[in-house]
Design a binder for this molecule. Structure first.
Ligand code: B12
Ligand code: SF4
Length: 455
């Protein structure tokens, strides 16, 4: 059986890896979706995995094509579905977008695997071999994921690391803008600590990424996992929620297990916004102290920050940038609020949506009418924060601070590389923007002259 598995890429991201500099490598760290599907395929199958960020999609011949898609790449995924179906090859979609928008995906794919691949993909392969195919297959969320993935199927040199894994899946919080809760049906699944140790000790790299949505949500499990990981002496990064900063025992265990950095969803500095999104467990008043506590334990902090919530007006951009400097954050992933189809946010925002091109649902486009500013202002202000936060001057100003975080040169180089990669993105995608609360330079100048004349 000849199987092609595709991770599509859209717009600027397609074949970005071919560029010598600023080629997105720092952000390519997980092909776990397709590696997991590959691991479930028949043992004698010939499997080709293609990441469109790094290479072209081959023509075949293939017996089966599997495509993964986040919402932002769904249109590209559909084009690929249409292409292979027109050649008579069965095409199956899986992943976040197809699981949460199954009817839409079925207009392009022969079948959809909804939820995890475990238990479903094996059946898909058997059915294709038997010359039949159901429309929808449901994976088994409680299945035990394979311990060893066929990582040799992807080109190691194209990724910052091929050693990505997950110990847990899902999150029991209900933040309205997030797809995780809906995708996992509010459930959380943990892998056995023994499986984690077996997988991680066999990994070739000594740096890896936990792609978990909220690794420490089950505290006893996390403590047990970290204790077991200590002897492996690996270095890793992951995603956690900010409230764990108060937990010294947990932070110490993370540090001892090799954690060098965390991604936390701060989202906003406005409590009203947090409340409206069911994320009131974030306390903006504690952000600065929380970051300091992570630093004291030798961990850098990258924050997810979102602009465009209903309580945000044109001043949010300047205030956010000021607060980000003040809390001494090390890196940010700045997003424009995006109502991903399948989320609670999408349902509540439907009437205000002005752009339904899923390719624009990449957290970089204003796709709805905000309450207290225009969509154009939201776009300009978000771009302005990104450009300012990653200006060479601001990055340079952060260096002495990073040097003071315990962990040594290697940790310091890691966070510097991340900042430079974001700076590269600003340059590569010509991110400019403008603070909507401040008139354009010419206008400021004119207004200044006018007020001088008035004086
Ligand atoms: C790694 C990652 C990335 C990487 C991409 C991968 C890479 N090559 O390095 C990068 C950094 C590029 C990325 C970018 C973005 N990401 Co992202 N990303 C993730 C993350 C953290 C891990 C994905 C992963 O490896 N999961 C582990 C695997 C095993 O699980 P899985 O992907 O769900 O796959 C299972 C099933 O879904 C199913 N399955 C999946 N695909 C297929 C295909 C077939 C054929 C079959 C049968 C089954 C199947 O089987 C798998 C095994 O059970 C997830 C969150 C998460 N924990 O999943 C977010 C996530 C997927 N990303 C998300 C988003 C929103 C984005 C961005 C739009 C915004 C951003 N945050 O920057 C951009 C998109 C950029 C673009 N234009 O393409 C959302 C997607 C929501 C949605 N509805 O689309 C997620 C869920 C995060 C979240 N909290 O909401 N991301
Ligand atoms: S945003 Fe984070 S804390 Fe909220 S539901 Fe999603 S994964 Fe959980």
């Amino acid at each position: 059986m000849n199987i092609l598995l595709i991770a599509p890429a859209a717009g600027n991201w397609r074949k970005i890896a071919r560029r010598p500099f600023f080629n997105g490598k720092t952000f390519r760290f997980s092909m776990l979706s397709l590696l997991s599907v590959a691991a479930l395929s028949p043992k004698n199958a010939k499997i080709t995995i293609v990441d469109e960020q790094t290479e072209d999609v081959p023509e075949g011949p293939f017996d089966l094509v599997g495509i993964t898609a986040m919402t932002a790449v769904a249109p590209r995924a559909y084009a690929l579905c249409d292409h292979f179906r027109s050649k008579g090859i069965p095409v199956v979609m899986g992943g976040y977008h197809a699981s949460l928008n199954t009817e839409e995906a079925l207009a392009h794919a022969d079948a959809v695997v909804s939820g995890p691949a475990y238990g479903a993909w094996e059946q898909v392969c058997a059915d294709v071999q038997a010359g039949r195919l159901e429309r929808v297959y449901h994976g088994d969320p409680s299945a035990t994921p394979p311990v060893h993935l066929p990582r040799h199927l992807i080109a190691k040199d194209q990724y910052v690391t091929v050693s990505a894994t997950f110990a847990t899946l899902g999150c029991t919080n209900h933040c309205q803008f997030c797809s995780i809760n809906r995708f996992h049906g509010g459930q959380r699944h943990t892998r056995s600590v023994a499986d984690m140790v077996a997988e991680l000790t066999a990994m070739p790299d000594d740096f890896f990424v936990f792609v978990d949505d909220n690794l420490t949500q089950d505290r006893p499990y996390a403590l047990e996992l970290f204790k077991a990981l200590e002897p492996a002496r690996k270095r890793w990064i992951t995603q956690v929620s900010i409230d764990i900063a108060e937990d010294d025992e947990l932070l110490s265990a993370m540090r001892a297990a090799g954690c060098m950095g965390v991604f936390v969803g701060l989202e906003t500095f406005n409590e009203e916004n947090l409340h409206a999104q069911d994320k009131e467990f974030n306390k903006p008043a504690h952000y600065r102290e929380a970051v300091a506590r992570f630093h004291a334990h030798g961990m850098y902090v990258e924050a997810g920050v979102i602009v465009g919530f209903d309580a945000d007006d044109a001043n949010v951009f300047r205030n956010t940038l000021r607060m980000l400097d003040w809390i001494r954050i090390d890196a940010i992933q700045l997003a424009i609020l995006t109502p991903l189809p399948g989320t609670v946010l999408y349902e509540s925002m439907e009437p205000r949506i002005i752009d339904r091109n899923w390719e624009h649902y990449d957290f970089r486009h204003a796709v709805f009418e905000p309450r207290h500013m225009s969509a154009a202002d939201l776009q300009a202000g978000a771009d302005w924060i990104i450009r300012r936060f990653y200006s060479p001057w601001r990055i340079l100003r952060r260096v002495p601070r990073w040097a003071a975080v315990p962990g040594g040169l290697r940790h310091c180089l890691y966070i510097l590389a991340l900042n430079l990669a974001y700076y590269g993105r600003v340059r590569r995608f010509h991110i400019e923007g403008q603070d909507p609360a401040k008139p354009a330079t010419g206008a400021t100048h004119r207004a200044g002259k006018k007020s001088l004349r008035a004086a």
